[in-house]
Design a protein around this ligand. Structure first.
Ligand code: ADP
Ligand code: MN
Length: 178
């Protein structure tokens, strides 16, 4: 473990997953409970003018990954951050003590993206992303095995249990590190 990691008083967690799996919903609840800083990376990039172009695949802005990482590097290593983004391969591995990848049943995800107003093609692309577990694979390729945890997020009950699970993970990390 690097000295930078051992100095961190609070952990950093990454909430990843296909668009619509519930990252922002869960991150916001965790932010309220823990007083950690929630950063929705897409919004953060937009506010700070760190965008490159429009991502036709995910129907969102393409962020300038290097600029986003440079900007976040000023604050995130100190700890206490909940980073919320669908992708996860461009962040420095050392930032995160845990990477939670949310997963949602295909039919449920389809309905959520329809409700969000995505067109048929975008819905299909995102549902395929989920079927092929692209974000899970990306996380497994980018972070140590013991850091990556998958959480099923289909129902309202799942929100509660996933939030509790992550909060308990934070509590035990903090307890161990104190
Ligand atoms: P993401 O940030 O991953 O794109 P959101 O948190 O914005 O996803 O959630 C997408 C939509 O699905 C929202 O309308 C949200 O209220 C709903 N949602 C998220 N998680 C659940 C769940 N476990 N059960 C039911 N609805 C959910
Ligand atoms: Mn979101």
């Amino acid at each position: 473990m690097s000295s930078a990691t051992s100095r961190r008083q609070k952990p950093n967690i990454l909430i990843a997953g296909t668009p619509g799996t519930g990252k922002t919903t869960i991150s916001k609840q965790l932010e309220e409970m823990t007083q950690f800083n929630h950063i929705e990376v897409g919004e953060f990039a937009k506010k700070n003018n760190l965008l490159e172009s429009w991502d036709a695949k995910y129907n969102c802005h393409i962020i300038d990954e290097d600029k986003v990482v440079d900007k976040l590097e000023q604050v995130v290593p100190a700890g206490g951050y909940i980073i919320d983004y669908h992708g996860c391969d461009f962040f420095p591995e050392r930032w995160f003590d845990a990477v939670f990848v949310l997963k949602t049943d295909n039919t449920i995800l389809y309905d959520r993206l329809l409700a969000r107003g995505y067109d048929e093609a975008k819905i299909r692309e995102n549902v395929e992303c989920e079927i092929f577990q692209e974000i899970v694979c990306e996380a497994q390729d980018s972070y140590r095995e013991d850091v990556v945890m998958e959480l099923q997020n289909d129902s309202l009950k799942d929100i509660e249990s996933n939030v509790n699970h992550i909060r308990q993970w934070i509590d035990s990390w903090t307890g161990v590190k104190k």
